[in-house]
Design a protein around this ligand. Sequence first.
Ligand SMILES: Nc1ncnc2c1ncn2[C@@H]1O[C@H](COP(=O)(O)OP(=O)(O)OP(=O)(O)O)[C@@H](O)[C@H]1O
Ligand SMILES: [Mg+2]
Length: 231
Amino acid sequence: MSAARLEFEGLVGGYGDVVVVRGASGAVAAGEVLCVIGRNGVGKSTLLKMLFGQLPCREGSVRLEGRAIDGVEASARRALGISYCPQERPVFDDLSVRDNLTLMRADRGLRAFAPLFARFPILERRLEQHAGTLSGGEKKILSFARGLAEAQPLLLLDEPSEGVQWENIVHMAALIEAAKGAGTALVVVEQNLAFAELIADRYLVMEQGRVALEGRRDEIDRERLLAHLHV
Ligand SMILES: Nc1ncnc2c1ncn2[C@@H]1O[C@H](COP(=O)(O)OP(=O)(O)OP(=O)(O)O)[C@@H](O)[C@H]1O
Ligand SMILES: [Mg+2]
C-alpha cells in the first residue's frame, strides 16, 4: 500500500469504565475505501468516534498524513481535513435541509451540491423543509451529501446506507467512486455487505472490540466475511 492517509494503531477506548475497542489497528490510503464490518455492538461506531476525536483513545495512536493527531479534538480534526457522518442523529432536525447542507461551508452556497442533487433530487426539492421531517433513510442521504461535499482528504461514514433504498445506495456508491478518483480516503462502517462489496478496497472486520480480519478485498473471500457477520 502507498503511504497511508490515515493510520491507527493499538486503539483502546470506550465509555466510562467500559472498554469497547480493545486494540484496533488499520490504515487507509488516498483514493481508497476501508470498509469496517462486524456484528451489532462489536465497537464499529466507537472506533469511528475515536478516529474523529469525538471519543478519547486510552491507548494507541492515530496519524493523519503521518502526523500524530492524538489529543486533537474533533473540531480541530475537522479543520485538519477529516469529515464525519455519524450513524445516530446524522442531521440537525430543527434546521432546514438547506442549512444542514451549508451551515459549515464558508461560502454558505449550494454550488458544490450540483452532482449530489443530480443523484438525490429529493434534497433539492426539500431545501426549505426542516430536516426533522425527513425519513430515516432521507436523513442519511442528507448527511452523506453534506459530508461528501465537504471534499476533505478523509471522510468517515457510519452506516450511510441504513434505511436507504437500493437505488439510492447505488447512487452513493457512484459518488464514493468519484470521490476516490479525486483522491479522497474513506472509512465506511457498513452492515450491508452488498454495498460494501460495491465500494471496498480493504476490509477491517471487528469482533468484540478487536480486529478479527484486515486486508485488501482480493485477500479476503466472501465466505470468511459472512462467517464473521452471521452468528
Ligand atoms: N454512549 C455510550 N455509552 C455507553 N455504552 C455505549 C455507548 N455507545 C455504545 N455503547 C456500547 O458500546 C458497545 C459498542 O457499541 P457501538 O455502537 O460501537 O457498536 P457497533 O458495532 O457500531 O454496533 P451497531 O452495528 O449496532 O451500530 C455496545 O455494547 C454499546 O452498548
Ligand atoms: Mg454502529
